[in-house]
Design a protein around this ligand. Sequence first.
Ligand code: WTA
Length: 641
Amino acid sequence: MAQIVQRPAATPTTHCTPDQYDALYQQSLDDPDGFWLEQAKRLDWFDQPTKGAEWSFAPPDIKWFSDGTLNLCHNAVDRHLGTHGDTTALIFEPDSPDAPGRSLTYSELYGEVVRVANALKAMGAGKGDRVTLYMPMVLEGVFAMLACARIGAIHSVVFGGFSPESLAGRIEACDSKFIITADEGLRGSKRVPLKANIDAALDQLDAPVTGVLVFKHTGADITMTEGRDHWFTDLASDDDCPCEVVNAEDPLFILYTSGSTGKPKGVVHTTGGYGLWAATTFHYTFDYQPGEVFWCSADIGWVTGHTYVTYGPLINAGTSLVFEGVPNYPDHGRFWDVIDKHQVNIFYTAPTAIRALMREGDEYVTSRDLSSLRLLGTVGEPINPEAWRWYHNVVGKGASPIVDTWWQTETGGHMITTLPYAHDMKPGSAGKPFFGIRPQLVDNDGNELSGAAEGNLCITDSWPGQARTVYGDHDRFHEAYFSTYPGKYFTGDGCRRDEDGYYWITGRVDDVINVSGHRMGTAEVESALVLHPKVSEAAVVGFPHDIKGQGIYCYVTLNAGEEQSDELQAELRQWVRKEIGPIATPDMLHFTEGLPKTRSGKIMRRILRKIAENDYGSLGDTSTLADPSLVDSLIEGRQNT
Ligand code: WTA
């Protein structure tokens, strides 16, 4: 029986008490339209919606608030000017603690966003155009997202750690004619050559990118292509720039994410439903109170940064901290220094960061004043109870509740999480469904499992923040999420529900691995490996990693006549880094003479996973392998890797 950690007592300002959760959750299931049309009042609409949900999962066709019009930049900025003009909207903490930071009010944010929006317009960008953002974790990244929303353009943020190859693929896939970037980024004192990567990516593309807007950040010497590349300051203006009126179902952004097959999918989120989901989940999950400083440590290149650095906090007129750096530079106390310096009240980070910092000892934490903290959160992967307890006891001094928020790029925002003053916590469990969410566990044949059970996690009914399609490929959206268990949204995650109705995510059940909280399709790493001229075949699986959660384990066979060597191993690691980006760097590279295949030629990944996990006792039936003797040599190879 899992130990229960009691929730703190509700206060008069608490957004959701246990009774309120029960009542609101029930209401959200009984009358979704009534519930969400009421919640929709959190947003300012130009035309208030009268329609709630119109959806089917077979095939997927999803709309929410389809007769409503609005603008999310207006909701995140303009509408606050009268009431919160002097409230701090954003705080910037740079990579180096010695560099100047910045904080700006909603009035100042308005000015910045208008300048970027005018620069975008000067390049010819407008409603419906895709704009690729390849930015460091600086305030200008947030301005750029909001500027796109302001003019009705669709942003596609590509994480600054992706390679020129990955970037090129993402620019091409959404046919983006406009790019916003900076000369360089900084991470732990290392420079990231963003503009040079853009140049390298654009060299590979046939389709023309007509405008690249460049922010000066480090002042590095970069190449500017006449007519195409523009310094932000040359195009910025303070001219009037009204918010474009868009329909609730007009796309707000595309975000590429890994799936179990092929290339990353461009997940599309629309304006009304996503905006409302960001606003509502931020309000309830973090119990955000006016004046509090909220810090989500995710990069805006990931969905967590979209929803909980930019849209959630700003739509709620909150104060959001943007941190450019990394947890271990200049030392392992950097996160705690930032909390101390900016009096952060709510801190939201990933289990991988918690584990890495826990390993460095308590001294880094206890030497800082963290008394401002009221609430802690985690996201991205299951948190092991040991790391949970350290976070709770050492960082939160046993007083701050932890919200372990389960969700996905495709869900837009939180789906399963305890609410801090409504639910007791169980370390390692995400907790209870958010309003409107009907989780269902099914066995491999799609049969519903009731009560306490373990199975594949599906969601049976639509919710406003749900992705609507895969950009340019609605069939793929259907295939990836609604075909495994027809009529249900399949998350790709395994999950257990306990006797109290708490959900425990057990990890991905497809060929996606979760490396330091980042989703990685094993197929992508395999494709990168086989591009190398010496590689014949590759199979990639995850294996348990103390800090990263999962590491990347690659089995590689070489072309005839090629020699296995340490040099080649290092070269292949470097190769994958270059093809995809540093986050995809293989942790283990295992040369083998062959891969275990069935007689029909299908790779038996189950066996490869077990061997990578060093778990040889339960390999299961290997007699169907074309060459059963291969297993012994794979095990031997594992021990030498
Ligand atoms: C995993 C990140 C356990 C899960 C927001 C999911 C989690 C994938 C949790 C989505 C959590 C996310 N507990 N697992 N609290 N949060 N995951 O799209 O496997 O980058 O399917 O979205 O991360 O990753 P994504």
